[in-house]
Design a protein around this ligand. Structure first.
Ligand code: SF4
Length: 712
């Protein structure tokens, strides 16, 4: 029996786990009592991880050998690694020669480790010369990134989990923390039990389990968050609850915002948001006058066509009241995925560069080129997630490399995504599981290692870097993600006649050391860290050379990473939903997570016990809406948007408001077939969702689509 410390691969809480293994088999998992994210606890998903790695599940679900499909529609056939990677390198070299570097794209994942992310980014931007590298993290946190940068000057969540123990008021908005970040929610429950005076405000269109803990529930109408935040600031100003000293000393731009929020009167905001004036007043008072107010927020703010504005408008409230830079105070965005933060750190998105550098900044491009030893980094912004699939559907993007993610289920507007995967001349899928919908579109399938089998690092929501460790050998012919990228990159270098190699790595640590050097002098400087130090304990960034610890909280000195050192108020106007409900589509459909499932279920869907909580998909509707349509519990209904239609049982629920509906995001083709508006087969709730996105963050509005619901 061997025990190996590692990190849970599911959500951004980033809990430490101890893997028990016998020989080549993982046989158990328990929470790491020394890990500061969870102190030994695990939720239902984390505590069943070992069962998802059983020999039987591996045999049934894993991709174990490289496979190539000679012709679309045929079954793929086994090939060896040399043949697979030579084929990929030849095909990419040919597409680049014929159509230029921007004709290829890499769509990667917040499930990858930081080291994997780093080499993908360098492959695209350093070797090939395209910024077409984006990730499913675009669907998760890019609005949080844009909101932080717009107001505080850098993409750095200023808080830590321990802040829940110091807060006098916790404002949870657009986050079903009880389901999506269960171990953090346990900490909030305990903090509330210890300090019953602490106020918890919960704001969300759905009255989810998270509402059970709240002293005040604000049943926000979908998409009206900016209206609400401006309305709260209006009340704070009227009542004299803003912190004028903090505003004067540490911020700029308040006058413009002040004049903007003048029109967001309690009457107007109450009507638009569906929240009583009394509750608006109470929320404003608690937020502004509490000794320390902590906001926790997630996809409700981020997955929106005005996601940047929502994030910025919430941060405005913290700046206006001085609720930032102290224990228990600040705007704390929660990341959905285990390593969305690590991807941001290495710049693995179409508009970013290594170590929080900006692609649009010529100085930053020159710095990264010098660090990588290449003449330049391309200036042209890359295609973001939605743009990448639209470009492939339009025939502009010829070759797509997809790693560790399942866009054929998880991207909005599935009809366009399916068209993209069919039209692309080459689709390479690098994946641990053979069961994802995207595998069906692959010309080349490359088997990757996964949790329990690989080494590297991840960063959780509180900027804490943890080691991920290998407990057992990789099964079959699977290789580590970084190895696959490096092997492919070296072959492509030969074909592009580039030497010496940009990819001299032999271990994940050798990649991490290069990443570490790129952070020197940056806001996320980790030059004081090493794998050896991380072996002892996970650490928060920044952790520069010479430091004895990382920083639990940022901006305690009131100095922000902007040219004048001041945080910036954002006078962002309220913009309605991209697709408001209307007479033909009279329901607001929202999507979200279940407690015991993860993403497209490729891992959690292998365990019967994780279906105990919610056994089958359903559309949740308000009981009055069901009665008005003569629907009984379990009646099959067509849920139809402008893009597609799915059939599933109706379920009465008081969690959703009138004219609202909810469908969980996890169910795919095995459970939930559907058709596009032109009759093509589609799967899951994303047959319905829209790809309209925020102009600032390019994050799509997965949280809202207008639908009609009719008895089948
Ligand atoms: Fe894993 Fe998140 Fe559960 Fe922790 S809270 S055990 S990181 S899924």
């Amino acid at each position: 029996m061997k025990e190996t410390k590692s990190t849970c691969p599911y959500c951004g809480v980033g809990c430490g786990v101890i893997i028990r293994s016998e020989g080549e088999q993982i046989v158990g998992v328990r929470g790491d009592p020394e890990h500061p994210a969870n102190f030994g606890r695990l939720c239902t998903k984390g505590s069943t991880l070992h069962l998802t790695a059983s020999a039987e599940v591996t045999r049934q679900t894993r991709l174990l050998q490289p496979m190539r499909r000679e012709h679309r529609g045929e079954a793929p056939r086994r090939v060896d690694w040399d043949g697979a990677l030579d084929f990929a390198a030849d095909a990419f070299a040919q597409v680049i020669a014929e159509h230029g570097p921007d004709s290829v794209g890499f769509y990667i994942s917040g499930q990858l480790l930081t080291e994997d992310y780093y080499v993908f980014n360098k492959l695209a931007k350093g070797l090939i010369g395209t910024n077409n590298v984006d990730t499913n993290s675009r669907l998760c946190m890019s609005s949080a990134v844009a909101g932080y940068k717009k107001t505080l000057g850098a993409d750095a969540p200023p808080n830590c989990y321990d802040d829940v123990n110091h807060a006098g008021c916790i404002f949870i908005v657009g986050s079903n923390t009880a389901f999506a970040h269960p171990i953090l929610f346990r900490r909030i429950e305990e903090a509330k039990a210890r300090n019953p005076q602490m106020k918890i405000i919960f704001c969300d269109p759905r009255r989810t389990d998270t509402a059970e803990l709240a002293d005040l529930y604000l049943p926000l109408q979908p998409g009206t968050d900016v209206m609400l935040f401006h309305g709260l600031l209006h009340i704070m100003l009227w009542e004299g609850w803003t912190n004028t000293d903090y505003i004067a000393a540490h911020t700029s731009g308040f006058d413009a915002l002040k004049s903007l929020v003048r029109e967001y009167t309690p009457e107007k905001v109450s009507q638009a948001c569906g929240i009583s004036k009394d509750d608006l007043f109470t929320a404003a008072k608690w937020f502004a006058t509490s000794p320390a107010t902590l906001s926790l927020y997630c996809q409700g703010l981020n997955q929106s066509s005005s996601g940047t504005a929502k994030n910025a408008a919430l941060i405005n409230l913290h700046l206006a009241t001085g609720q930032i830079g102290r224990a228990g105070a600040g705007p704390f965005s929660l990341t959905g995925q285990p390593n969305a933060m690590g991807g941001r750190e290495v710049g693995g998105l179409a508009n970013l560069l290594s170590a929080h550098r900006d692609l649009a900044n010529p100085g930053h491009r020159a710095e990264v080129a010098a660090l990588w030893g290449v003449p330049s980094v391309p200036e042209q912004p890359g295609l973001t997630a939605v743009e990448m699939f639209q470009a492939a559907a339009d025939g502009q993007l010829k070759a797509l490399w997809i790693a560790c993610t399942n866009p054929a289920q998880s991207m909005p507007d599935q009809a366009t995504v399916r068209r993209a995967l069919e039209r692309a001349e080459l689709v390479v899928v690098q994946e641990a599981f053979a069961t994802t919908a995207t595998c069906d579109y692959a010309d080349l399938l490359l088997p990757a290692s996964t949790w329990g089998e690989k080494e590297g690092t991840v960063t959780n929501s509180e900027r804490r870097i943890s080691r991920v460790r290998q407990a057992v050998p990789r099964p079959g012919g699977a290789r580590h993600d970084w190895e696959i990228v490096v092997d492919f990159a070296r072959r492509l270098e030969t074909r592009l006649r580039r030497a010496p190699t940009l990819f001299p790595y032999t271990t994940p640590e050798s990649i991490w050391l290069e990443h570490r050097e790129t952070t020197r002098g940056r806001d996320l400087d980790i030059t004081g860290l090493s794998y050896a130090l991380l072996e002892q304990a996970p650490q928060q960034w920044p952790f520069p050379e010479g430091a004895s610890s990382g920083k639990a909280r940022l901006y305690e000195d009131g100095v922000f990473p902007t040219p004048d050192g001041k945080a910036r108020f954002a006078d962002v106007a309220y913009v309605p939903l991209a697709e408001p409900r209307e007479s033909r589509y009279p329901f607001s459909l929202t999507t979200g997570r279940l407690r015991d499932q993860w993403h497209g279920m490729s891992r959690t869907g292998t365990l019967g016990r994780l279906f105990g909580h919610v056994p089958e998909p359903a559309v949740q509707m308000h009981p009055q809406d069901m009665a008005r349509r003569s629907l009984q519990e379990g009646d099959l209904v067509h849920v139809t948007s402008k893009r597609g239609s799915i059939v599933l049982p109706a379920q009465a629920s008081n969690e959703v408001g009138l004219s609202q509906a909810f469908i969980a995001m996890h169910w795919g083709a095995e459970f939930l077939g559907g058709v596009s508006s032109t009759g093509e087969p589609l799967a899951g709730v994303n047959a319905l969702t829209t790809s309209a996105y925020c102009p600032g963050s390019k994050q799509p509005e997965l949280k809202h689509a207008a639908v009609k619901i009719l008895k089948a």
